[in-house]
Design a protein around this ligand. Sequence first.
Ligand code: AMP
Length: 401
Amino acid sequence: MNKLTIDDLSKNGDLKSNRVLVRVDFNVPMSKNDEGKITDDKRIVESLSTIKKIIFEGGRVILMSHMGRPKGEKNLKYSLRPVAMHLTDLLRKPVYFSDDCIGHDTKKIVNELKDGEVLLLENLRFYKGEEENDEDFAHQLASYGDVYINDAFGTAHRAHASTEGVTRFISKCAAGYLMQKELEYLSKAISIPAHPYTAILGGSKISGKIDVIKNLLTKADKILIGGGMVFTFYKAMGYEIGKSLLEEDRIGLAKELLHEAGSKLMLPVDIVASARFENDSPFEVVWGNEMPNDKIGMDIGPETIKQFRDEIVKAKTIVWNGPMGVFEMDNFAKGTVEIAMALADATKDGAVTIVGGGDSAAAIAKAGLEHKVSHISTGGGASLEFLEGKKLPGVEALTNK
Ligand code: AMP
């Protein structure tokens, strides 16, 4: 890692008695009916080692994050207050909360913070300046920190005020432990992967994943395709796809990718096809090239699961992003769950397995296999962009060692 890290700051005595401004990613899912209930606290838990380290060193912790998409307006539906309460429980010490992220009152709370105390600022996206990377907004945030740490891998692919703008005003900007861990796993997968290297891509659409497929073609030995994007490839091959998901404007591109990839790209040979897009709709397994014209492709079939599993257990490096089918519906979750199980088996046999994206992570959790893979990334979009070979602005902006 050629960027400054939290341990570098620690060794240099830069944490002690200093105001340490930390960008975390506390954009956690909240229950829709039970207001303020956090349904998955993985992102908060993953940031604890960075926060505890600063407390231990006697630094003053100022945490900032976004939550949801309030579109630049104060909307308490997206308040981070419940997160401050949850963090208080996790740390077993009070976490102060400022109900704004800039302004006079916030500045006062920051200045009154004592060594070892923790403060969480209100949602950064209550201001347009955050996503617009407004200089003045960034400057105000930066004024709270003597040093800066970015531990928000999930937002590192965005040049926002709190991920990029602030670094222009603070001389020492370092990566936190979570950021380091994410980069370490993902860098290994793209620069020095052990072979065979297998990538598994699924999810609804091909459009967000074209560049990653292109980049993986130069690195991976096999790319297994599942999910809704299968049908745009099928269409490109001249297959009937019934009422399955199709991105009409990507058919040409799918053709090109098929041509470029040759046998590297593996598509499902069979599909679970359903009459309607509903869990209790009748379904049948059909060959990929025999889709009935009135059915929807919902999941990969049993023969495909077998073929994909064979590839997965042979591999030494595996990256997975995107479910194999409509896994939210139990009847169409089998393909995704079986792939998760194959990943767990490969991990047991020594493969490095990396799962990115909220849906694949949720599928792993559904199968109870969270601890049976090497690394579950907290950033779906960021991990995809990294695998595409792009530089992440939130990482690039950190201080070089
Ligand atoms: P993405 O956000 O692109 O990773 O897509 C995730 C979504 O893809 C999930 O909500 C899945 O239900 C959906 N998905 C997976 N397979 C299919 C399919 N065959 N048809 C429609 N949607 C699908």
